[in-house]
Ligand binder design. Structure first.
Ligand SMILES: Cc1cc2nc3c(=O)[nH]c(=O)nc-3n(C[C@H](O)[C@H](O)[C@H](O)COP(=O)(O)OP(=O)(O)OC[C@H]3O[C@@H](n4cnc5c(N)ncnc54)[C@H](O)[C@@H]3O)c2cc1C
Length: 452
């Protein structure tokens, strides 16, 4: 399957060919949905009407949990909304439909010296999906979230209304829709200001660290001079109170080397059980840490391996086996970030479970783009966990207690099991947001966390 396609189950066709089994990236469920492709305005007018059943938008299914799912109901698939409307190559403002992938924007914009101002760890997300989760990247401290760079949105409500929102017009709708989890209406198109870059290259540095204190010192140092920074941590080493990891930082740089796109590989099948367990994890973490220690230092990196290392292994989500996996991503506020992060890592270390994908990053002091945007000034930790049933959910209960006590929150884009209490306490502007909800839209997540 190509990276551009959605993880929709091609074999599970029923009598009605539009009814298919659909998973999100975590592959925790695989329920039947009625798919409604939105390829143009006419399809949109037919699908999004007051009389039709509730549905929710599905971009490219790169969310891990149930934010983009609606089992037994309608999914409005948006990849057909893939037209570029305009691109001002002088000022870097691009206007396109919401189903365009970041990958496609880069392909068009980079030859003119422009790049997405904020990018998540995969380029295979749609613009609409990225706005609806108000995604962040490795440059949160210097650029905030994607929502900060959105100049306008065209929002289609299920009562037929079209709302053009900009920071100067219908700003309230803009703030509700950025990070609005697809619940305020369907984003038809968006205008985004891109970032000027000298080309596809970055000047990068990798540094190993052996304690959380070292991580925080590196983060603080890097925030001034490095546009992008992120750390990988060994979540198992935390067991004895030690946290080791690799700190990566990078700045865009001009260079004449010819960029050769790496050829992605694909995980060919789903193994009968998760390949991630205590033994494989320990081995991987040990090798990864040592390899980076040997190779640490400055180098020139192409933007693909620096921003999107996982995009070179297509369908890597299969390695967790048929039961799928969770991602737990939390942020804890600056005032308590050291103690709370240490507690989270200790609890994860004690559990003996976790993943080779463990990411630690500080978020900067930025204005919150959307009413439900995830980032806040502090530290974010993101880890994948194979789905081990009760064992995993019991661990999450322990982690949730630490996050709640710290005044932090969980990222909906990654979530499949946060409680309603966690959501309400983590997102204090929720009641304000509810005034903007579109009653014709409902997702598995909205029913779980908001009750409808
Ligand atoms: C390998 C990997 C790395 C990642 N790294 C990061 C990261 O660093 N930072 C980060 O923030 N996220 C990260 N993510 C998460 C990902 O960026 C988000 O989940 C993103 O929103 C997925 O976009 P999508 O197009 O696949 O949307 P989907 O997952 O299909 O949908 C996401 C949400 O958007 C809504 N939506 C989709 N299209 C529209 C539309 N046109 N109008 C209204 N609502 C819409 C859906 O209803 C749903 O609520 C990562 C994901 C993966 C798989």
């Amino acid at each position: 399957m190509s990276a551009h396609k959605q993880p929709l189950d091609r074999l599970a066709m029923n009598v009605d060919p539009s009814v298919r089994r659909v998973s999100s990236w975590g592959r925790l469920s695989n329920e039947l949905h009625s798919l409604v492709p939105l390829n143009d305005r006419t399809a949109l007018d037919v699908a999004l009407t007051k009389s039709a059943a509730q549905g929710v938008a599905y971009g490219n299914g790169r969310s891990y949990g149930d934010v983009c799912l609606n089992p037994g109901g309608k999914l409005w698939t948006t990849r057909g909304l893939d037209r570029f409307i305009s691109f001002d190559t002088t000022n870097g403002v691009i206007d396109c439909e919401a189903g365009v992938l970041l990958h496609e924007i880069i392909r068009v914009a980079l030859p003119h010296g422009w790049f997405p101002p904020v990018t998540p760890g995969t380029q295979f997300v749609t613009l609409g999906g990225a706005i609806a989760n108000d995604v962040h990247g490795k440059n949160h401290h210097s650029a905030g979230t994607l929502g900060e760079h959105v100049q306008s949105l065209l929002l289609r409500r299920t009562d037929g209304a079209m709302i053009e929102c900009t920071p100067g017009k219908h700003r309230d709708w803009l703030e509700a829709t950025i990070g609005g989890l697809g619940l305020t209406g369907l984003i038809v198109r968006a205008r985004v200001r891109l970032k000027k870059v000298p080309g596809p290259w970055l000047h990068t540095e990798a540094l190993t660290f052996r304690s959380l204190a070292e991580f925080f010192a590196l983060s603080m140092q890097s925030e001034r001079d490095w546009e992008h920074s992120v750390a990988w941590i060994d979540c198992i080493a935390g067991k004895g109170g030690i946290t080791r990891g690799v700190f990566f930082r990078g700045n865009h740089v001009r260079h004449d080397a010819v960029a050769r796109a790496p050829r992605p590989r694909t995980v060919p099948l789903t193994p009968p059980m998760s390949l991630i367990n205590g033994v494989s994890l320990r081995l991987f973490n040990c090798v990864y840490f040592r390899a980076n220690k040997l190779r640490s230092g400055r180098r020139l990196s192409h933007y693909v391996p620096f921003f999107y290392p996982l995009d070179n292994l297509l369908e890597w989500n299969r390695i967790y086996g048929p039961r799928g996996f969770y991602q737990y991503q939390t942020v804890v506020p600056r005032a308590v970030e050291r103690e709370a992060t240490a507690e989270l890592l200790a609890a994860i270390g004690r559990s003996g479970t976790g993943s080779f994908l463990a990411v630690l990053k500080t978020f900067g002091e930025r204005r919150q783009g959307g009413l439900l945007s995830f980032p806040m000034a502090g530290t974010t930790l993101a880890l994948d966990f194979p789905n081990l049933g009760d064992r995993t959910t019991r661990l999450f209960e322990r982690l949730n207690a630490i996050v709640l006590a710290a005044g932090g929150r969980i990222y909906p884009a990654k979530d499949a099991c946060m409680t309603r209490e966690m959501f309400v306490r983590g997102y204090p502007r929720l009641s304000e947001f509810l005034g903007f909800r579109d009653p014709g839209i409902s997702s598995a997540m909205s029913r779980r966390l908001i009750g409808s």
